[in-house]
Write a protein that binds this ligand. Structure first.
Ligand SMILES: Cc1ncc(C[n+]2csc(CCOP(=O)(O)OP(=O)(O)O)c2C)c(N)n1
Ligand SMILES: [Mg+2]
Length: 317
């Protein structure tokens, strides 16, 4: 299997994630989801490129925007929808919701509502992997807003000093809620933060799945061979609001359209068509197949029962 074959699979996975997010938005608009919903539309290349470098026994932690990463890691779409819809067959028996997706058998160790909170959890998992003398690698996804949190710095320091098998993936989508990153951090590159901890770092185009995958593979190899953590800053952009219902008054439509033209799906489609690997029609068919699969998972989850009242206090700590 050459690199080109891998790119076709990556496109299919990115279509699945896009379809999952669009279906989640539909559920939200129908009033079927509680709380708020944060989509990763536009950030699919980071999920697929980075998770693609992992093995199934490796583990990931994510944010409230990370269900695409969980899907890429192998969590069942139907079980994730069931969790979001509060069904008993959900990943946490319907008690966690969209911001608490756990599927240890798939190595998905939690989406998380608290900014930066998944990073020390990942450091702990990486310490466990090290103490177990396993060759497991842990990858943690977080946003640009996380780099000013104490939890980020504490985890970076421990990862460095203990040479933890940890890959830190910063998805810099230029905004933290409604605040542009340039109003929060003086450096142009957040990867510069890693220098303070002597952690190797790279800045990559987060909308190019091939470069994300290459950088992630190097980082994973470093972690797996006992050389410690790596920080990857993936520059990307969310093509939708911070959450559903965001009026998006803090950015122009022009800016969004510029990034949409440079979005991860259109770029990968264009390069595969240009290289003669896929026709435009084959891309459309793959996208339709992904939508069909995800819609079937959604229908299955909707048909599942809500937890029995007798279960109200089980799994509650
Ligand atoms: C500790 C903490 N502070 C504040 C919030 C409120 N909050 C929710 S999302 C968010 C923005 C985080 O931005 P970023 O890390 O860039 O991630 P993105 O939403 O862009 O994916 C904030 C401040 C929170 N959830 N947790
Ligand atoms: Mg952000």
């Amino acid at each position: 299997m050459g690199e080109q074959d891998w790119r076709v699979g990556a496109l299919s996975e990115m279509y699945r994630i896009r379809a999952f997010e669009e279906q989640s938005a539909d559920f939200y608009r129908q009033g079927l989801l509680g709380g708020s919903l944060h989509l990763g539309i536009g950030q699919e290349a980071v999920a697929v490129g980075a998770v693609g470098a992992l093995r199934s026994a490796d583990q990931v932690t994510m944010t409230y925007r990370g269900r695409g990463q969980a899907l890429a890691k192998g969590v069942s779409a139907a079980a994730m929808f069931a969790e979001m819809l509060g069904r008993s067959t959900g990943t946490s028996h319907g008690k966690g919701g969209p911001m608490h997706i756990y599927s240890p058998e798939a190595g998905a160790m939690g989406t998380n509502a608290i900014v930066a909170a998944g990073i020390p959890i990942a450091a702990g998992l990486a310490l466990a992997a090290q103490l177990d003398e396993s060759d497991r690698v842990v990858m943690t996804f977080f946003g640009d807003g996380a780099v000013n949190q104490g939890a980020f710095h504490e985890a970076m320091n421990l990862a460095a000093i203990w040479k933890l098998p940890l890959v830190l993936i910063c998805e810099n989508n230029l905004y933290s809620e409604m605040t542009p990153i340039r109003e929060m951090v003086v450096q142009d590159d957040l990867a510069d933060r890693a220098k303070a901890y002597a952690i190797p770092a790279a800045v990559v185009d987060g909308n190019d799945v091939v470069v994300v995958r290459q950088a992630a593979e190097e980082a994973v190899q470093r972690a797996r061979s006992g050389q410690g953590p790596t920080f990857l800053e993936c520059k990307t952009y969310r093509l939708v609001g911070h959450m559903l219902g965001d009026p998006e008054v803090y950015r122009t439509r022009d800016e969004v359209e510029r990034w949409a033209a440079n979005g991860p799906l259109v770029r990968l489609e264009a390069s595969l068509v240009r290289d003669g690997r896929l026709t435009a029609k084959a891309c459309e068919e793959m996208q339709a197949a992904a939508r069909e699969e995800i819609q079937a998972a959604a229908a299955q989850a909707l048909a599942e029962p809500e937890p029995d009242v007798a279960q109200a206090l089980t799994h509650v700590f």
